[in-house]
Write a protein of this length. Sequence first.
Length: 198
Amino acid sequence: MKVTSAEIVISAVKPEQYPEGGLPEFALAGRSNVGKSSFINKMINRKALARTSSKPGKTQTLNFYLINEMLHFVDVPGYGYAKVSKREREIWGKMIETYLTTREELKAVVLIVDLRHPPTNDDVMMYDFVKHYDIPVVIIATKADKIPKGKWDKHLKVVKDTLELEPGDHLIKFSSETGLGKEEAWAVLQSYMKTEDS
């Protein structure tokens, strides 16, 4: 997919703020600091449309990015960040849950994990949540460039085993440094957009 335009259209906290128009949407989930912004920027060939922050827990809204006027990436607040109050976490949790369980335009959840480490309990919970609601999920294992190629398979197996990945779920190794996995990720996302038209 050649991205020619990308812009953030709205930061929403409740359903009435979600964009209209019925375009397919992909929610990007992952723990704070896992590299969601870098993933977005790499996918859309921009240096800094999604702001990467040295302060995790910065995204507190659902950020809708319109890409090529044909789909939205929806960046959801990172989870597992300790410095946020329990109350705030509950508010985000509700906001994310409402979006994921009620949004008809949602085609799949892109769950971003760090290939260098086993998925966290929060990652496992998110995967189980998405499976429970029967939402398609694509696992992006990022920071692959930080691991020697010969060890990729071993690390991918740890991700699969920890999440208890179901057959048919895509697991893509990715690097926002080198662009590894970018074409494959776009191909998979586009396949979810097509199923509807056919």
